[in-house]
Design a protein around this ligand. Structure first.
Ligand code: NAD
Ligand code: TYD
Length: 353
C-alpha cells in the first residue's frame, strides 16, 4: 500500500485539495505528489506553505481545460494515480455565470479522463482515477430520508448539474474503457483555508467586521457538515481501500438548519471575542433566496463505515470552535483572499438582496 507512486492531485491549492495534498505529503514519503492548479480566485499557494519545499512535492500551474498542457503533463510524469478535485465549486457563482462551471467541471474532467486513458491503456494494472464529488448531485430531500449511493441523480443548480455530469463521465470510463475509477460524494465541508464566499468562513469574516449576515430565504435550509480534515482522511481511506468502480458517500451525520448553525456561530464568536451575549445575532439579515435552493442534504455514509471502517473524528461544536479560532488567528490570509476580484463578486452577488 505504501509503495512508491506518482500521484496527480488537481485543485490542490484550493480548500479541500490543500488539506489532501498536505496529508499525503506527510503520511506517504514514498509518494510523489504533483499538484496541478490553475490558481483561480479560489486557489492559493499560501494554503500549502508548510509543505512547499518537501522533496516529494511538485507544483504545476496549469488549466485542466488546456488539452495540450494536460496531455504533456501525463507524458512528463507518467502518473500512477489521479485525485481530481479541481472545479468551480461555488453554487452562487455557477448561477451568476454557468459557462465557466460547465467548462471546468465537465470538459476539464473529460480532458483528464482522456489523458489518463491514453497514458495507461497499455498498462492499466494498479492505476487509479479518483474523482472527488459532492452530495449535491442527488438533488434535494424533504424533511426525512438520506442520500445513499443508489439515490438517483437529480441536480438542480448549474454547479450540481456539472458535478453530476462529471460523475457520469467518470463512471462511463469505468464501464466503457475499464479505466480503474473511484468516486466519492461528500456533504458540505468546513474548516481552515476555505474561501470566504461559502457560508461558514463568510459569516465568521462578517461577524468579525460587524457586517450583515445575509441569510437566504427563511434560513431553514439544512446541510450536513463535515470537518475538512475528516473529508481528507476519508479520501485517504477510499484511495487506498476503495473497491474499483465503486462510489462512496462521505458525511458527518451532522445536520444543521442554516439558522441554527448561524446562531451557534454568532454565540461562539460573542464568547471568543468577549462581546455581549446576543450581540452578533443582531447582524442576521434575511435576504432574497438563492434560485433553485436545495432544501435539505443529508448523507447516509453506512457503506463507508461498514466496508472501509471510516468515521468522522470530531464533533461539530469542537470543529466549529477550532475553525473560528483559525480564521481569527489568520487575519492576513483572510485579508489577502478578500481583496481584488473577490470584492467585485461580493458586490454583485449581494447587491439589492
Ligand atoms: P475550491 O473552490 O476551494 O478549490 C478549487 C481549486 O481548483 C482551486 O485551487 C482552483 O484554483 C482550482 N481550479 C479551478 N478551476 C481549475 C482549472 N480549470 N484547472 C486547474 N485548476 C482549477 O473547491 P473545494 O471546496 O476545495 O472543492 C474541491 C472539490 O471537492 C470540488 O471538486 C468540489 O466539487 C468537491 N466538493 C466540495 C465540497 C465543499 O463543501 N467544499 C463538498 C463536496 C465536494
Ligand atoms: P454554501 O456554503 O454556499 O454551500 P452549498 O450551497 O454548497 O450548500 O451554502 C450553505 C448554505 O448556506 C446554503 O443553504 C446556502 C446558505 N447561504 C446563505 O444563507 N447565505 C450566504 O451568504 C451563503 C453563501 C450561503
Amino acid at each position: 500500500m505504501n509503495s512508491s507512486k506518482k500521484i496527480l492531485v488537481t485543485g490542490g491549492a484550493g480548500f479541500i485539495g490543500s488539506h489532501v495534498v498536505k496529508r499525503f505529503i506527510k503520511n506517504y514519503p514514498n509518494y510523489h505528489i504533483v499538484n496541478l492548479d490553475a490558481l483561480t480566485y479560489a486557489g492559493n499557494l499560501e494554503n500549502l506553505k508548510e509543505i512547499e519545499s518537501a522533496s516529494n512535492y511538485t507544483f504545476e500551474k496549469g488549466d485542466i481545460n488546456n488539452v495540450d498542457f494536460i496531455n504533456n503533463l501525463f507524458k512528463k510524469y507518467n502518473f500512477d494515480a489521479v485525485i481530481h478535485l479541481a472545479a468551480e465549486s461555488h453554487v452562487d457563482r455557477s448561477i451568476l455565470g454557468p459557462r465557466k462551471t460547465i467548462e471546468t467541471n465537465i470538459v476539464g474532467t473529460l480532458n483528464l479522463l482522456i489523458a489518463a486513458q491514453n497514458s495507461w491503456k497499455d498498462n492499466i494494472e494498479g492505476k487509479l482515477f479518483y474523482h472527488v464529488s459532492t452530495d449535491e448531485v442527488y438533488g434535494s430531500l424533504g424533511d426525512t430520508g438520506f442520500f445513499v449511493e443508489e439515490t438517483p441523480y437529480d441536480p438542480r443548480s448549474p454547479y450540481s448539474a456539472s458535478k453530476a455530469a462529471s460523475d457520469h463521465l467518470v463512471r462511463a470510463y469505468w464501464h466503457t474503457y475499464d479505466l480503474p475509477i473511484l468516486i466519492s460524494n461528500c456533504s458540505n465541508n468546513y474548516g481552515s483555508f476555505q474561501f470566504p464566499e461559502k457560508l461558514i468562513p463568510l459569516f465568521i469574516h462578517n461577524v468579525k467586521n460587524n457586517k450583515e449576515l445575509p441569510v437566504y430565504g427563511d434560513g431553514k435550509y439544512t446541510r450536513d457538515w463535515l470537518w475538512v480534515e475528516d473529508h481528507a482522511s476519508a479520501i485517504e481511506t477510499i484511495f487506498h481501500k476503495g473497491k474499483m468502480g465503486e462510489t462512496y458517500n462521505i458525511g458527518g451525520n451532522n445536520e444543521w438548519k442554516n439558522i441554527d448553525l448561524i446562531h451557534l456561530l454568532c454565540d461562539s464568536m460573542d464568547e471568543i471575542l468577549g462581546r455581549n451575549p446576543g450581540a452578533s445575532r443582531e447582524l442576521i439579515t434575511f435576504v432574497k433566496d438563492r434560485p433553485g435552493h436545495d432544501r435539505r442534504y443529508a448523507i447516509d455514509a453506512t457503506k463507508l463505515k461498514n466496508d472501509l471502517n471510516w468515521e468522522p473524528s470530531i464533533t461539530f461544536e469542537k470543529g466549529l470552535k477550532n475553525t473560528i479560532q483559525w480564521y481569527l488567528e489568520n487575519e492576513e490570509w483572510l485579508d489577502n483572499v478578500t481583496s481584488g476580484e473577490y470584492k467585485k463578486y461580493y458586490e454583485k452577488q449581494y447587491e439589492g438582496r
